[in-house]
Design a protein around this ligand. Structure first.
Ligand SMILES: [Zn+2]
Length: 477
């Protein structure tokens, strides 16, 4: 019988900081499809050049550290991590080792509505390497990415399932986007992640041998790769084998990890403080200033939406996962304070319609006040919910407001009691058999009259009022 194992996962995430220029030179840090178009002697590692630290990169890294509740060190040290690879022209990467920018910290995240936290070991700054392109049997190198600033966010091995790992990584992405520190897009490579994973017999305190997994380019890959690896390690151990400490690559086509190399140790990199750079000094007064500018964070919003506004956890998560959606929601909430129906119309109706039309929420055809206006019309009973949905579709395609479409099409619901009563009376006279059956107790046939009244009025009869009149006529209430 297979033994029960507990999976232990820690993630190292790398995020590109959203600066205009690179970490140590004035080259553009923006992606460019033309290879080697953003390069200079500094980022291509020419002899005799000197790196100059980009202050904005430090500011964004400090902002990231504060948003993740880290302790920011007022003095930290840039170090050389020495290794040879063709995409690294200096043969070392400027990173941080013994004295990182920030330590400790924690990141809250939600798994199916339940709040969890992951502790962080550290956040440090480093430069990115270039990219190798393999084309037509040749390998080419593009140095555009060389020297782009990164933060590396190292977690404690606090995660227990692949799903938790993916949710934690999404929470990281959300924080990075909320504070404007990074685009944090995994598919575009400006958020990347390596995972350390081991298994141990359930209830055991000691950690098993860990395997590092690389090359996961989406949240789905992270979850798939970790699930595969946990299973591989469990089956190997059950067969009496031993898990080797190594680096494995995720192969998204084969849906499997494969061995890449035995894991290098820190001492293999011969770290030492970079003699070209002074210790990085971040005065406390600057840290305090940056702290004051941190906006409301995703986890705070989720708490607020579920606790104060009564939104279902899934709706709160959907809103918070998308910066544009959350901004739209909060803006609309100012003119229409019913959070639940608003979230529902926004996430299921409007988003769906926009997706079909190939349009986006920000700057799209229906703004927050326009949606709020439509919901006001529905609430007032002037139009039904069903009419509201049709109206919304028209608002998406034309950009017109609910009120103007209602006016133009004469869509107002019939809410006048006298008008509705006249319709009901004529139907009762028109269908004497059905009337008798209802009177004999066949209550379900009431729906027949509702349907007929809707047909008669072109769908404009106000349903609650219509029901009330019918019940009164048949003496049911
Ligand atoms: Zn450069």
């Amino acid at each position: 019988m297979a033994r029960e194992y507990e999976t232990v996962i820690g993630l190292e995430a790398h995020a590109h900081l959203k600066t205009r220029t690179k970490l140590f030179c004035a080259c553009s840090a923006q992606p460019d499809p033309a290879p080697n178009s953003h390069v200079c002697p500094v980022c291509t590692g020419m002899p005799g050049v000197l790196p100059v630290m980009n202050k904005e990169a430090v500011r964004l890294a400090v902002r990231t550290a504060l948003a993740m509740s880290c302790r920011v060190q007022t003095a930290s040290v840039m170090a050389r991590k020495n290794y040879f690879y063709p995409d690294l022209p200096k043969n070392y990467q400027i990173s941080q080792y013994e004295r990182p920018l920030a330590t400790d910290g924690e990141v809250p995240f939600h798994v199916q509505g339940t709040r969890r936290t992951v502790r962080l070991v550290r956040i440090h700054m480093e430069e990115d390497a270039g990219r190798l392109l393999h084309e037509g049997g040749a390998s080419l190198v593009d140095y555009n990415r060389c020297g782009v600033p990164l933060v590396e966010i190292v977690s404690q091995p606090d995660l227990r399932t692949p799903e938790e790992a993916a949710e934690y990584l999404k929470a990281l992405r959300n924080i990075l986007r909320y504070i404007g520190a990074s685009e944090a897009n995994m598919e575009e490579g400006n958020l990347r992640c390596d995972a350390n994973i081991s298994i141990r017999p359930a209830g055991d305190g000691a950690l098993g041998t860990k395997v590092e997994i690389k090359n996961m380019n989406s949240f789905r890959h992270v979850q798939q790769a970790l699930a595969f690896e946990a299973k591989r390690q469990a089956e190997l151990t059950d067969r009496g084998g031993r898990v080797a400490q190594e680096t494995r690559l995720w192969d998204p086509e084969a849906l499997a990890t494969r061995s890449m190399r035995s894991k290098e140790e820190a001492h293999d990199y011969r770290y030492f403080p970079d003699p070209d750079l002074l210790p990085l000094s971040v005065p406390q007064i600057w840290v305090d200033e940056i702290a004051r500018e941190i906006p409301e964070l995703p986890a705070q919003k989720i708490e607020k939406y579920t606790r104060d506004l009564g939104l279902p956890a899934s709706d709160a998560q959907t809103l918070v996962d998308d910066l544009e959606l959350v901004a739209f929601f909060e803006e609309a909430l100012r003119s229409y304070p019913e959070a639940r129906p608003l979230a529902n119309w926004l996430t299921s109706e409007l988003v769906g319609l926009l997706r079909q039309a190939g349009k986006t929420i920000a700057g799209g055809p229906v703004g927050p006040t326009a949606l709020a206006g439509l919901l006001g019309e529905v609430d007032s009973g002037r139009i039904s919910g069903k009419m509201g949905k049709e109206l919304l579709a028209e608002m998406v395609s034309t950009g017109a407001s609910a009120a103007s479409i209602i006016e133009k099409k004469g869509l107002r619901q019939i809410t006048d009691e006298g008008d509705l009563e006249r319709v009901v009376d004529s139907l009762i006279a028109k269908f004497p058999n059905e009337r008798k059956r209802v009177e004999a107790g066949e209550i379900k046939l009431m729906q027949f009259f509702v349907g007929q009244a809707m047909k008669e009025t072109g769908g404009k009869a106000n349903p609650p009022k219509l029901q009330a009149i019918l019940r009164r006529k048949f003496r049911l209430s």
